[in-house]
Design a binder for this molecule. Structure first.
Ligand code: ZN
Length: 255
């Protein structure tokens, strides 16, 4: 039983075979997936997709790189849609300084606003943070300490991991942990208690070895499970069971 806590099945990369692929997941043991919005458009398409498939749940929110499209009207729309039954989180939101746009101030402003929205509607958050460790931590300490949620595709070192674990956050671990050059992330997984780790694909991106570079899907998660099991010295079955329970707790699902 595998829970993929972060996927983008509404992405164009799945246009050719989306329904066929989704139909294969359950038989492969992928029993629940959270499809994550990253813009207003993909929040719309996420809502459409989760309505069609009982095992898909959704998160809505605007990724830092897309924040220039946000305004009060769209914030009101996000608030309204956050009350829909299968919407389980606000995200993905955060900071991304990899490309120097939108301006850092713009990203920070809408990050804080979406954290405040999550507080208002009582949902956990999915945090995206790339090349922005210090600013993300500062904002999270001030505005996100009590919200609960996941640091998705965790990419920083053990010290930063400890800060988020202290605040009660889960760490999202995906394909990157199988890369031979992912030494830092392997250290993080070794040090993080198994009850604070959740599985994710971020598909279509970040396929694990041996499928690195190809389109990713939840079908690849067993490779991630095996690597986590090896790093922590436990069985793959334990990894699947624990991360399933963690994912349910993260998204506050009662069944
Ligand atoms: Zn994502």
């Amino acid at each position: 039983m595998i829970f993929d806590t972060h996927a983008h099945y509404d992405d164009d990369a799945f246009d050719e075979d989306r329904e066929t692929l989704l139909a294969q997941l359950k038989a492969a043991g992928i029993e629940r997936v959270v499809n994550v919005g990253a813009s207003i458009h993909s929040s719309h398409t996420t809502l459409e997709l989760i309505e069609k498939h009982d095992f898909l749940y959704g998160a809505i929110g605007v990724h830092p790189s897309e924040t220039e499209e946000l305004n009060e009207e769209w914030m009101n729309w996000l608030e309204e849609k956050s009350h829909e039954k299968k919407v389980v989180a606000i995200g993905e939101i955060g900071l991304d300084y990899h490309w120097e746009e939108p301006a850092r101030d713009v990203q920070k402003y809408w990050f804080v606003r979406q954290l405040d929205l999550a507080r208002k509607v009582k949902l956990p958050v999915i945090i995206h943070s790339r090349d922005a460790a210090a600013d993300t931590l500062e904002i999270m300490k001030e505005h996100g300490r009590d919200l609960g949620g996941v640091i998705h595709c965790f990419s920083y070192g053990p010290e930063m991991a400890r800060e988020y674990l202290k605040m009660g956050y889960y760490l999202g671990i995906g394909g990157v942990v199988t890369f031979t050059n992912a030494k830092k992330l392997k250290e993080v997984v070794k040090e993080t208690p198994i009850d604070r780790i959740v599985l994710e694909t971020d598909c279509p991106y970040l396929s694990p070895v041996p499928n690195r570079g190809k389109r990713n899907s939840s079908l690849n998660l067993p490779y991630v499970v095996d690597m986590i099991a090896e790093l922590k010295g436990i069985t793959a079955k334990e990894v699947m069971e624990k991360t399933w329970e963690n994912a349910k707790a993260l998204y506050r699902m009662t069944e």
